[in-house]
Design a protein around this ligand. Structure first.
Ligand code: ADP
Ligand code: ADP
Length: 228
């Protein structure tokens, strides 16, 4: 479980991005952070993997205060997917996906079979795509690789910041379905940022609505649909 206690973030220029949030993100759930541009969604995500620090309050992961954790260690246990995918252009698809497992010292057979399993999970035929380079794939296919790369080393937590927003509607819908399927089959804690309410309703177990640096409401998709 990830827990925020009275977390505030004031940027150096004085912008109050997060104005005191309390949030519990249960293990194994997909939580969507939703809200208009500028409400603090990305800031919230970046604090979880210590890309930025907190001004006050605490964030704990399974009871351990992240301010006491080593950044490198912490980030190894968190997969991060962002909108601009950032695949390494001079590495093949297989090399991109297996990067973190290789850094962690996995044996060749283990990471090769993991790459194959993940590519199959998102419908990328390994025999065809394994040796290709990112720019030889479509935008939707590259995004799939971005998603499975974040999963490759089996991190218990995955942060996804508007990972599908640059995609065409069809790829987007397919990837939403695939993400749900992935989550059901491997049961990871996923924090997913979107400004698209339909996307949140479709994939989330819990929806946290943010506005102006605060969490306005936390509900299940069902509660949100039936609330006035
Ligand atoms: P969202 O992801 O919901 O669009 P952000 O977390 O990116 O919102 O931004 C929240 C607020 O903090 C906005 O007012 C934004 O302009 C501001 N902000 C974000 N990053 C910085 C920064 N590095 N320095 C100063 N202000 C920032
Ligand atoms: P997002 O699309 O995730 O909300 P933005 O496009 O708003 O992010 O911001 C892109 C980058 O610029 C981020 O690293 C963010 O922290 C930074 N940033 C955003 N707003 C400000 C700001 N007001 N001052 C300085 N940096 C900012």
């Amino acid at each position: 479980m990830i827990e925020f206690k009275n977390v505030r973030k004031v940027y150096e220029d004085g912008t109050e991005a997060i104005k005191g949030i309390d949030l519990k993100i249960p293990e194994g759930k997909l939580v969507a952070l939703i809200g208009p541009s500028g409400c603090g969604k990305t800031t919230t995500m970046k604090m979880i993997n210590k890309l930025i620090g907190l001004t006050s309050g605490t964030i704990t992961i399974n009871g351990r205060d992240i301010s006491e954790e080593d950044e490198v260690e912490l980030r190894r246990s968190i997969g991060y997917v962002i909108q601009r995918i950032g695949l390494l252009p001079h590495m093949t698809i297989e090399e991109n996906i297996s990067l973190t497992p290789r850094l962690k010292g996995w044996k060749k057979e283990k990471y090769e079979s993991r790459v194959e399993e993940l590519m199959n999970l998102v419908g990328l035929e390994p025999g065809i795509y394994r040796k290709k380079y990112p720019l030889e794939l479509s935008g939707g296919q590259q995004q799939r690789v971005g998603v499975i790369r974040a999963l490759a080393a089996e991190p218990p937590i995955i942060l996804m910041d508007e990972p599908f927003s640059a995609l065409d509607p069809i790829s987007r819908e397919q990837l939403q379905d695939e993400l749900k399927h992935i989550q059901n089959s491997i049961h990871k804690t996923i924090v997913f940022v979107t400004h698209d309410i339909d996307e949140a309703l479709k994939i989330a177990d819990v929806i946290a609505v943010m506005r102006d640096g605060k969490i306005e409401q936390i509900s299940t998709p069902r509660e949100l649909i039936s609330s006035p």
